[in-house]
Design a binder for this molecule. Structure first.
Ligand code: GTQ
Ligand code: FE2
Length: 352
């Protein structure tokens, strides 16, 4: 039979299709055009109490010279190859020991750090030196040089959030090492970021970067300010906040009032003792990190019980609801790909 003959059986025709790298849409239509999204990610929780000892082991067993970064990846059981936490985002626990330096590099993936424990480390981002204290949020936006150095005394541990799963899926991942282990410091003490720390007043001689659209010019959102905002709003006890997320605040880009990174919105929520969230679902995927307190989040059929410093994820379009125990408020840091879905007209939510 020549290659232009019409196959005489289905079997033969399917075999020809496979050989031609073609496939019958009619056999996969339901999967490709689902009535509603089905995430490959599974609801999952990573307990800090169990990850921390493993991180401590590698702080001794593996030098930072051997590892580009000493990070335990939080790999979703449904997204192992390549590893990701939700389809668009990554979460990791990074550990840096006193005296260590994580060398300077840059990548197109956007990243942030949310500090868990330790004191005395700094991250330098495009020449601006940012202090790292528990509860601080530090941004290392895409294609910004960054290195981490630790001059303190106890282990530094933080949560890394990156959008590399999204960036790599868009085939836009680039990475470069800096020509030296560390970059020079042009702005010590957050000198540039500080210009934006005055509420509704922005430095008028500056303008948003055209090179990095949608990126906040603020390198660090210190815990002190975050805590003050949460305390002020919850003080009177009269503000109900979101029925699903309690007193939910979004870290904002002072130029736009929008998310801090073009692809990632970062938020902090205070849930009062006894809080029982109204269940809902949205197309955005979310990763939560427990700053303090304990509670549980029901995601689909699963219940994730969380404690201080645990990390867990809620895949897009999963039905979820938070509950907090009767005694003690809880504080949840979270990040989401919602800005991406919104800008593409793909954000949907539904209260259940
Ligand atoms: O600290 O620069 O968790 O480049 C993954 C990739 C951390 C970092 C991660 C990174 C970093
Ligand atoms: Fe990096």
């Amino acid at each position: 039979m020549t290659s232009t003959d019409v196959p005489t059986t289905d079997e033969r025709a399917y075999a020809d299709m496979a050989e031609l790298s073609a496939a019958p849409l009619w056999r996969q239509y339901g999967e490709l055009m689902p009535a509603q999204p089905v995430s490959r990610a599974r609801p999952h929780l990573w307990p800090y109490a169990r990850l921390r000892p493993v991180a401590m082991h590698f702080s001794r067993a593996l030098s930072l010279a051997e590892a580009e970064r000493r990070v335990l990846m939080m790999v979703n059981p449904g997204l192992t190859d390549p590893p990701a936490t939700v389809p668009t985002l990554f979460a990791g626990i990074q550990i840096v020991m006193p005296g260590e330096t994580a060398r300077a590099h840059r990548h197109t993936a956007n990243a942030f750090r949310f500090i868990i424990e330790g004191d005395g480390a700094v991250t330098t981002v495009n020449g601006e030196q940012l202090a790292m204290r528990p509860g601080d949020l530090l941004l290392t936006p895409g294609w910004h040089w960054h290195d981490h150095a630790h001059q303190g005394h106890s282990p530094m541990m933080w949560l890394d959030g990156l959008d590399y799963p999204l960036v790599n899926n868009l085939n836009a991942g680039f990475f470069e090492l800096y020509q030296a282990p560390v970059q020079p410091v042009a702005n010590p003490d957050e000198a540039s970021s500080r210009q934006f720390r005055h509420g509704r007043l922005n430095p008028a001689w500056r303008a948003p970067s055209t090179e990095h659209p949608g990126v906040s010019p603020v390198g660090s959102y210190p815990w002190e300010e975050t805590e003050r905002a949460l305390a002020t709003i919850t003080e009177a006890g009269t503000v109900a906040g979101s029925a699903a997320e309690g007193i939910l605040l979004e870290y904002s880009n002072p130029w736009t009032g929008g998310p801090v990174l073009p692809t990632i919105a970062c938020r902090i929520a205070r849930l009062r003792a006894g809080f029982a969230g109204v269940p809902r679902q949205h197309t955005a995927s979310t990763i939560y990190h427990v700053v303090s307190g304990s509670g549980s989040t029901t995601v689909g059929e699963q219940r994730l019980d969380w404690n201080e410093h645990d990390t867990f994820c809620v895949p897009g379009w999963a039905r979820y609801a938070h509950q907090v125990a009767a005694q003690g408020d809880a504080t949840l840091f979270s990040y989401t790909d919602e800005p991406v879905l919104r800008v593409l007209g793909l954000y949907r939510e539904q209260w259940l």
